[in-house]
Design a protein around this ligand. Structure first.
Ligand code: MG
Length: 383
């Protein structure tokens, strides 16, 4: 059970829900961080009285310092501030809910400072999986998944005496708003359509990733590192209702699933209360109201991002860093109207052909592969 928390990314969808969970469970909050949502950060400072609050830039930090001059909260900014929040003495757990691989360095810093990690920032494991998992082992810290699928597998694992008994991890995917469409049909979808997820309410980046199924691809890579299962033994099944959050198939073909209403408060709370469970402020799952649960094969041809992620983790080295970096840049370009929806998949697939893949053993090699992938994506429109 978490005694005191630092939340990296406290104003996003996961961060705000995590603060509600902390308030209910009386978990003190030592530090909070945001990129640009300064007004919300100010509200959170007044409500949770953290020792430290961090903004994305000096300009935001200066504004915030003036706004909360009457409080005892110290204000920092940028990557140095994120790392300061990650290693803050008071916290025993750091929730990483920033968007993108910007979370990698603070996560490594938190692990180095022997904090347990509640991991909601999948790009950290996608890009630095090897480094992060080795560092966690060396420092004797735990990484608790917050991603709903990985929380589901983690929960299903609680009844597993030996990992050798696992045959397959089965990640469920909602299929997003474009399930069943052809590649041709996807070419003309709008930003607004991509931002309309059928079951989950999330931030813009992950919602676009869900529409392209990049999110599921990233989750395959995340699962490979979190649970140390070979990628051939990780499958994806499209499950439209988002009730079964993922499953484990054991050696005897028995399948254990975790179910619940689609509400992130369950996985957030479990990551903070593990191994305990307490009442949670979410709806009760009434299967008679859900009626039927449906399952389908994913369409790897149409959703090229999903295929690219599978190939990337099979290839290894910096390949996952490249697909992730290319995707982060491509999604930003799509949201700004600079490229079409299917261009995202083209960029993410082609980056592995066009940029050399190296080893991902050091932070520097990861950061430079990430930069190369972003530059590659950003040059796409100029062609
Ligand atoms: Mg997920």
């Amino acid at each position: 059970m978490t005694k005191c928390i630092s939340i990296l990314g406290s104003t996003g969808s996961i961060g705000t829900q995590a603060l509600e969970v902390c308030e209910k469970l009386n978990i003190p909050v030592a530090a909070i961080t945001a990129n640009s949502s300064i007004d919300l950060l100010e509200d959170q400072i007044r409500r949770f009285k953290p020792k430290l609050a961090v903004a994305g830039t000096k300009e935001y930090a200066d504004k915030l310092s003036i706004a909360v001059a009457d409080t005892d909260t110290k204000i920092s900014y940028g990557m140095d501030g994120l790392i300061e929040a990650a290693v803050i003495d008071e916290a025993d757990t750091v929730l990483t809910s920033v968007v993108g691989m910007i979370g990698l360095r603070p996560t490594l810093a938190a692990i180095g400072a022997k904090k347990n990690i509640a991991l909601a920032n999948k790009e950290t494991l996608v890009t630095g999986g090897n480094l992060v998992m080795n560092a966690a082992k060396e420092n004797g810290v735990k990484i608790y998944p917050v991603d709903s699928e990985h929380s589901a597998i983690f929960q299903c694992l609680q009844g597993c005496p030996d990992k050798k008994l696992i045959k397959r991890l089965i990640l469920t995917a909602s299929g997003g708003p474009f399930f069943g469409r052809t590649y041709e049909q996807l070419k003309s979808v709008t930003v607004e359509e991509a931002l309309h997820h059928p079951n989950w309410s999330m931030g813009a980046k992950i919602t676009v990733d869900s529409a392209s199924m990049m999110n599921k691809g990233l989750e395959i890579i995340e699962a490979r590192w979190l649970f140390d299962v070979p990628v051939q033994n990780i499958d994806v099944v499209v499950h439209r209702e988002s009730i079964v959050h993922s499953m484990i198939e054991y050696k005897d073909n028995s399948v254990i699933a975790q179910m619940g209403v689609p509400d992130m408060k369950i996985p957030i709370q479990y990551a903070l209360t593990y191994p305990d469970r307490t009442e949670c402020d979410v709806g009760v799952l009434d299967l008679t109201k859900v009626g039927a649960l449906s399952f389908y094969e994913p369409d790897y041809e149409t959703f090229r991002c999903l295929q690219a992620c599978k190939k990337a983790i099979e290839t290894g080295g910096t390949a996952p860093v490249l697909v992730n970096g290319a995707n982060e840049a491509a999604v930003a370009m799509f949201l700004n109207g600079k490229i079409s929806f299917t261009d995202i998949g083209e960029i993410v697939w082609n980056v592995m052909q066009d940029i050399q893949i190296g080893s991902a053993d050091t932070l520097d090699s990861i950061l430079s592969a990430d930069l190369a992938a972003r530059e590659y994506a950003n040059s796409f429109v100029k062609k």
